[in-house]
Design a protein around this ligand. Structure first.
Ligand code: NI
Length: 382
């Protein structure tokens, strides 16, 4: 039976189009938050105190012994949107090009249905409209720190996913996405004239060796069956053709799918780079800014999602998601309580540009299905 009627589905699509026109950057989603609060109040859903601009709502179930949390991220990106649609971003330089407008609308629509059908809702439902998924500090980490997960028994979230074909729902029973940490490598030498390198300690030469050495950490120090990535993505050194500078700075990202590998990457970087720099008389400093942990789904909760999906849409809709090295701060919820992060496929003609591209768009056909999925996850939860 379809609970998300075409009226509710259309309502969600309209909400999405409205939210799409007024995107806000991470940590600054105040108008979005007040819009969400207004709707939750309209639905007579209790608002729970939390740090703005995140919004948390609670619907008490008829049984109420268990609590299920549903999460949507609400932030947009610093991108100038391109394309022709009538509901293009009205905030210059900011756009919903990851699909979080869709996530927000889907969770609002689910909240609307659940509040209108309270007699059918057994567990308590906690609605997490979370600020700042795209940037640090993480909005999920902040909510977890404020204790929102304390009474929660299970947590679910979904991402509309362009790389996955439309009509498929992707789940994974374990590690699904990677940790994401920033690293800064500061190499300090002694500058001088470009024609007299022997009188200097050339940090650019040392940086070249460091760049080569970090890939050795991935290939020679990490167990080959454990996914790991180190990418140096920015270099900063020097001013002109003939001056050897004092310092070179490298910026990079560290990715891993287990906490163990994540710690190993950081420790090996520190040891190798400091020793390598020292060998050339330079000083190497490795500064890791810890970001989000890996997203690791709970097996039983992912199987629960699979059962619900299979019984409503048939088993052929389900697909196993191969782990990706992208990051997601949904991981903070999963560190506290069992749950599952779900990919809703939408790739195809209506959604052909990748996430974060200026022409990225949601295939709105999947919005009603996603709303239905959240409702069913609540209805069958026991
Ligand atoms: Ni996203």
């Amino acid at each position: 039976m379809t609970l998300c009627t075409s009226t509710l589905g259309q309502w969600a699509i309209n909400e999405r189009r409205y939210l799409h026109q007024y995107p806000e950057l991470s940590g600054q989603e105040y108008q979005t938050a007040s819009y969400i609060r207004k709707w939750l109040q309209e639905c007579q859903i209790e608002l729970i105190d939390c740090e703005a601009p995140s919004v948390v709502g609670l619907l008490r179930g008829t049984d109420g012994r268990k609590t299920i949390a549903l999460r949507a991220d609400i932030d947009a990106l610093p991108v100038t949107e391109e394309g022709e649609k009538p509901y293009l971003s009205k905030n210059p330089g900011v756009a919903h090009v990851c699909g979080h407008d869709g996530h927000t609308a889907i969770l609002l629509a689910a909240a609307k249905w659940l509040s209108e059908n309270r007699a059918e809702v057994k567990p308590n439902v906690l609605f997490l409209f979370q600020s700042s998924e795209e940037m640090l500090p993480s909005g999920a980490e902040a909510l977890v720190r404020q204790g929102v997960m304390e009474d929660v028994d299970a947590v679910f979230g979904l991402h509309l996913w362009q790389p996955l074909e439309k009509g498929k729902i992707g789940i994974s029973t374990g590690a699904m996405m990677a940790s994401s940490d920033d690293v800064r490598i500061v190499i300090t030498g002694r500058g001088g004239h470009g024609s007299m390198p022997h009188e200097t300690i050339d940090p650019i030469y040392v940086a070249g060796q460091v760049i080569a050495a970090v890939q050795g950490i991935v290939s020679r120090r990490v167990n080959p069956i454990e996914p790991a990535v180190i990418s140096i993505c920015r270099m900063e050194a020097g001013t002109t053709y003939n001056i050897i500078p004092n310092q070179a700075i490298l910026y990079g990202t560290l990715r891993a799918q287990s906490e163990k590998t994540r710690r190993l990457l950081a420790a090996e970087l520190k040891q190798t780079i400091e020793a390598l720099c020292e060998a050339w008389g330079a000083k190497g400093e490795v500064i890791v800014d810890w970001g989000t942990p890996p997203v690791v789904n709970d097996k039983a909760m992912s199987e629960y999602v699979a059962t619900v999906v299979a019984s409503h849409w048939g088993g052929e809709v389900l697909t196993h998601v191969e782990p990706v090295m992208g990051g997601e701060d949904f991981s903070y919820y999963l560190e506290r309580k069992p749950g599952s992060f779900i990919f809703v496929g939408m790739g195809g003609e209506k959604s052909s540009f990748p996430h974060h591209h200026p022409r990225f768009d949601i295939d709105e056909d999947v919005i009603p299905t996603s709303t239905e999925l959240l409702i069913q996850l609540v209805k069958h939860f026991s």
